[in-house]
Design a protein around this ligand. Structure first.
Ligand code: HEC
Length: 266
């Protein structure tokens, strides 16, 4: 008996996902597909829905986060790419999930978008934001946006926004637009961050958004890394001289070492 070529064809078609524009991916459609896969997909051969085996989308978020190096947390910041990769691998490798290979690529992408539909920052969490300013000066402000999930009924309450850690006092947060704010689904808020160093201490705090969803009392976080360095006010060092390093050099070096040492979740 000849082996079927369908899994191979599927695996090849799934390779194309990275090339597609993401704007068409729809977590609301993905939710409908997740909860009623036969009815919403209209594909022959699909008789079960995702919750029949997985219970809830939260269960899949925990699985995807754990499998990609994150915490076993249903509120984890799961990227679309991580959801797409784990889902397509499961479609290829899990015998129980083979019937879902009948889904078309856009349906697979919409389901992945739903699994990745948790609150997100722009720039994405764990990004390092670099700032430079003269001592007692001001850097250019940078904006960080927090966006609530789309395919949810509950609001998101932003309980606090803070710089936490070494040199935190050297950053000024314009956070009134987010802190204490309640976001309805798919809505966002923005803060500004300015580095205004009053001391030359290495300034590498975390920028922490703390939030909770609906009636839940469980808070969760999105964290970015701030890195402020003192702009050198002395001329560049003479390469032939081997002289003393300027303060900017020292601060930048210290910042780089600290950034390497401080990933929150190992
Ligand atoms: C008949 C049972 C069954 C159904 C229905 C099913 N799955 Fe699975 N799925 C499994 C099994 C078994 C595994 C491997 C063990 C595990 O992760 O729970 C798995 C694994 C996965 C994984 C990999 C998790 C990881 O990162 O390790 C994802 C993602 C997933 N399923 C999504 C879905 C989605 C989305 C649907 C609906 C379209 C679905 N599954 C329907 C049985 C099923």
């Amino acid at each position: 008996m000849r082996p079927t070529l369908a899994p191979l064809a599927f695996a090849l078609s799934s390779l194309a996902f990275a090339a597609h524009a993401q704007t068409a991916d729809n977590p609301v459609t993905g939710k409908a597909l997740f909860e009623n896969t036969p009815g919403t997909s209209g594909k022959a051969g699909i008789t079960m829905s995702c919750p029949a085996c997985h219970g809830s989308v939260q269960d899949r978020r925990i699985a995807i986060s754990s499998a990609t190096g994150g915490a076993a947390d249903s509120n984890a910041d799961i990227s679309f790419d991580a959801a797409m990769t784990r889902f397509t691998q499961a479609l290829t490798n899990q015998p129980d999930m083979r019937p879902f290979q009948a889904l078309d690529l856009q349906q697979v992408r919409n389901i992945a978008a739903y699994m990745a539909d948790t609150p997100k920052t722009t720039p994405t969490s764990e990004t390092q934001l670099n700032f430079s300013a003269a001592l007692t000066g001001n850097s250019a402000a940078q904006t960080v946006t927090l966006r609530h999930s789309t395919a949810v009924n509950e609001n998101l309450q932003v309980t606090s926004v803070a710089a936490v850690g070494t040199g935190a006092a050297n950053f000024v947060l314009g956070k009134a637009g987010c802190e204490g704010v309640t976001l309805t689904p798919a809505n966002s808020c923005s803060i500004t961050v300015t580095y205004a160093p009053s001391t030359s201490v290495v300034s590498t705090p975390d920028l922490v958004f703390t939030m909770k969803q609906g009636a839940s009392t469980t808070t969760f976080e999105r964290v970015l890394f701030l890195n402020g360095s003192i702009a050198s006010t002395t001329p560049p060092a003479d390469e032939s001289g081997g002289g003393a390093l300027g303060l900017g050099w020292l601060a930048a070096l210290g910042g780089a070492v600290a950034a390497l040492a401080r990933r929150r979740r190992a």
